[in-house]
Design a protein around this ligand. Structure first.
Ligand SMILES: Nc1ncnc2c1ncn2[C@@H]1O[C@H](COP(=O)(O)OP(=O)(O)OP(=O)(O)O)[C@@H](O)[C@H]1O
Length: 121
């Protein structure tokens, strides 16, 4: 197999794992359905309001930011649950801080969303 083919196969496999991760996220995290609905509403509203290119880029950026925070939070929670089933103060801090990251992103997304939708295009 040529070096190029090997590289292509390697990256193709990595994409596969990433898509499996997205599937797992949707199958196990009920919050993802809320994020999906919010995303659909935000995109439809952007369409309706006739967003310009910059507004689309900002909207997609904040949507990705929230999804990413939720994905990392879920991964951290799963890892915590695996390594520590009993109560532990450090695990509490790790999980709480991880949830805080999602909350920070969600608050920022709402504020940016309000600015985007209530400012002239
Ligand atoms: N092993 C643990 N040790 C200490 N505190 C924990 C532990 N497990 C959970 N907690 C506390 O309970 C909170 C909720 O934890 P949990 O794992 O249920 O996450 P969650 O936010 O309810 O996530 P989800 O509903 O997505 O599973 C954590 O933020 C943390 O404060």
């Amino acid at each position: 197999m040529t070096k190029m083919k090997k590289l292509f196969k390697y990256h193709f496999k990595s994409f596969g794992y990433a898509f499996t991760g997205i599937k797992t996220l949707f199958a196990t995290e009920h919050n993802m359905l809320i994020h999906l609905m919010a995303t659909i509403i935000a995109i439809a509203s952007g369409w309706y309001r006739g967003f310009n290119t910059i507004k689309w880029c900002i909207l997609i950026g904040i949507i990705a930011m929230v999804w990413m925070a939720e994905a990392f939070n879920t991964a951290i929670e799963r890892l915590c649950n695996k390594v520590q089933t009993e109560y532990h103060p450090v695990i509490k801090q790790v999980k709480d801080i991880s949830s805080a990251a999602v909350l920070i992103c969600a608050i920022a997304a709402v504020i940016i969303g309000i600015i985007l939708f209530f400012s002239p295009s």
